[in-house]
Design a protein around this ligand. Structure first.
Ligand SMILES: Cc1cc2nc3c(=O)[nH]c(=O)nc-3n(C[C@H](O)[C@H](O)[C@H](O)COP(=O)(O)O)c2cc1C
Length: 182
């Protein structure tokens, strides 16, 4: 069976330090996983002396990308069949809904809507960030555009500032929301 390709696109929120969890779960569900980090998430992962980036590359068999290639460079990843944006930050949700594409991660997820790719987004932000009116508007804009945003009951529920629980982050809900294999 040829695996379908999933792009796991991670922003700079604490769950981005545990990407082996969703990668392994998606692989078990039959996905060939490629990892894309926002520039901030890449900076976080890069400071890990234990080689977090190398470990992700080894686990997926693909380079970890975080910036646009040059026009002269070849694509190094297979084309995606679906996108999983997790963790999704408040910064990226608002830029995404506004159609901004100044990073590779945003370029993929803004274009992904127009390409009608299945897109699942699992937020991670606190309830103070969640109270900003832009967040409600952005989540609604993305849902109207067909993105599955896993915010609310049975998905991600924003926590009080500095009270996040990484162990409770619902990775499994995101994997379950991906399209089933044909
Ligand atoms: C320790 C730390 C934890 C953070 N946690 C979150 C978070 O859970 N959710 C969030 O939306 N932003 C969080 N931020 C802020 C983002 O990292 C920041 O807005 C960044 O610009 C996001 O960039 P990106 O969306 O391109 O990844 C955190 C920042 C720091 C330093």
């Amino acid at each position: 069976m040829t695996n379908r390709t999933l792009y796991l696109i991670a922003c700079a929120a604490p769950p981005s330090r545990r990407l082996t969890v969703p990668i392994r779960a998606a692989q078990q569900a039959g996905w060939d996983v490629c990892t894309i980090l926002t520039p901030s998430a890449y900076r976080w992962a890069s400071e890990d002396a234990e080689g977090e980036i190398e470990a992700l590359q080894q686990l997926t068999g693909h380079p970890v990308r975080h910036e646009y290639k040059l026009p002269s460079q070849e694509d190094v990843l297979p084309a995606p069949d679906a996108l999983l944006v997790a963790p999704l930050t408040s910064n990226t949700v608002n830029k995404w809904a506004a159609g901004i594409s100044d990073t590779l991660a945003l370029g993929l997820i803004t274009e992904g809507i127009g390409l009608q790719l299945p897109i699942v987004a699992l937020p991670h932000w606190n309830n103070a960030q969640d109270a900003h009116p832009a967040i409600t508007r952005s989540v609604q804009t993305l849902r109207d555009a067909g993105v599955t945003v896993l915010l609310g009951e049975d998905a991600f529920v924003p926590h009080p500032p500095r009270h996040g629980n990484l162990d409770a982050y619902p990775w499994q809900a995101a994997i379950k929301a991906l399209p089933a294999s044909s």
